[in-house]
Write a protein that binds this ligand. Structure first.
Ligand SMILES: [Zn+2]
Length: 441
């Protein structure tokens, strides 16, 4: 007996960098996994059926770099350079956050992710026990890292985040993994990074960090340490454990070799990187040299959404534009970055990110019956270049339906929006004498 049967869906398959669909297929789910994908499966064999005629079934999207609770700061600062963005706005404002704010901010982000087809998120933020609680309730899959900086409290902070890892590793029925989150080499001393690396080894866990976001950061690192941020992280031992590096917009040739040889995954966040004028990683070059590249949203204070279909579209457009080559980053490859490669970056290859028998049933059904998606000549093209987040109809994680017919089943949408609105005014009062860290200008 199957727990769930999806019938009549066009099922997206991505092999290598090529996408195609299995037309009008059924997907059977049992014990949280995909039990079968076949042209027809008897509905009498399933406890529950979802008729998905006219919809495309896709692997759940993976958001490999987010700061979910930053949705509370959506639109608060725009059109300023990155140092002003951090020093005059975001880092002063983040001193206002309470644990409870972060819980509700995370739930707001989780609701938006479910509504836009994301089944797995790598979140990097503060008060991560609150985020983990929100993830557990939402039903999503997540990789969670507690962001830490150097400073007077770095030892107790690191100890607290280690306890967080011990508490949440493998929690929520295995949906949650917990890594360490040193913020960046420009906010952490090399000594501190080395201690984080030792702690990650002791805990048998990974690390999630920001590296080489701007050309200035690379120049400052060369001036201060005689090496790039990637080399600083490597020499501190951070790449001896599974590692996920956000942005890496300005890698040197030697950096790419280090990333490839240590299996360090890079999460690019094209919208933030363009909007804050950071620069964007050479995605096709990184991939050609064996680096795993995933896609992220970054926080919604810079993005300003958690729309991963948009991220996949942007990375394809950017690569084509930058390289002046329309053949680069074809549809299947852009969709792979948002799914299979995201899973690989989080150590979840063969667990999620593909629609294949035996993998976790992380499945999204997308409607293709709107004016902006008709007529259909190619389902993958429609998905990447025409579909909107609001076309996502149904979302399933580990076989559990979290949204059906666009109705959220695990999150009280109206309450979350009310809580976010109620907190907005207090959170945006700025005091210039307080900030959580300093961005080197
Ligand atoms: Zn970030």
């Amino acid at each position: 007996m199957y727990d769930l049967l999806i019938t009549g869906a066009d099922v997206l398959q991505i092999e290598g960098g090529a996408a195609h669909v299995l037309p009008r297929h059924a997907i059977a789910v049992a014990g949280g996994r995909i039990a079968a994908i076949a042209p027809a499966i008897d509905v009498g064999l399933a406890r529950e059926t979802i008729a998905a005629r006219g919809m495309i079934a896709i692997p759940g999207l993976v958001n490999a770099h987010a700061h979910m609770a930053m949705g509370l700061f959506r639109g608060v600062v725009e059109d300023v350079p990155v140092e002003e963005w951090f020093n005059d706005y975001i880092w002063p404002l983040e001193t206002n956050l309470t644990d409870e704010d972060i819980y509700w901010g995370a739930l707001l982000g989780l609701a938006e992710m479910i509504e836009s087809g994301v089944t797995c998120v790598a979140d990097h933020y503060f008060a991560m026990d609150e985020v983990a609680r929100a993830v557990e309730e939402s039903g999503l899959r997540a990789n969670l890292a507690w962001a830490v900086f150097s400073g007077p409290n770095e030892e107790p902070t690191l100890a607290r985040t280690a306890r967080f890892v011990e508490r949440w590793q493998g929690a929520a029925g295995g949906r949650i993994s917990a890594w360490l989150g040193p913020h960046a080499p420009y906010t952490c001393t090399t000594d501190f990074l080395a201690r984080v690396a030792v702690e990650a080894g002791r805990l048998s866990t990974g690390i999630h960090i920001h590296l080489s976001e701007t050309a200035d950061q690379v120049a400052q690192s060369l001036a201060a340490h005689g090496k790039t941020p990637v080399a600083v992280a490597h020499d501190a031992g951070l790449f001896e454990v599974p590692a996920l590096a956000a942005h890496v917009a300005h890698p040197t040739d030697a950096d790419v070799s280090i990333l490839a040889s240590h299996g360090v995954a890079v999460a690019v966040t094209p919208k933030t990187e363009m909007k804050l004028a950071l620069g964007v990683a050479p995605v096709a070059d990184l991939r050609a040299r064996g680096v795993t590249v995933a896609l992220g949203s970054d926080g919604a204070a810079s993005n300003n959404s958690y729309d991963m279909l948009e991220a996949a579209r942007l990375v394809a457009l950017l690569e084509k534009h930058t390289r002046r080559d329309a053949r680069t980053m074809p549809i299947g490859e852009a969709l792979a970055l948002a799914t299979r490669e995201g899973a690989r970056a989080l150590g979840l290859a063969g667990v999620t990110g593909e629609l294949r028998e035996g993998l976790q049933a992380d499945i999204v059904l997308v409607r293709h019956d709107a004016t902006h998606t008709q007529p259909i000549h190619s389902q993958p093209a429609t998905l990447l270049y025409s579909a909107r987040a609001s076309d996502v109809d149904t979302l399933i994680v580990a076989g559990r339906v979290l949204m059906r017919g666009r109705r959220l089943l695990t999150i009280d949408r109206r309450r979350v929006m009310r809580e976010a609105a109620r907190r907005a005014a207090r959170l945006t009062s700025r005091r210039s004498d307080r900030r959580i860290a300093h961005y080197p200008a």
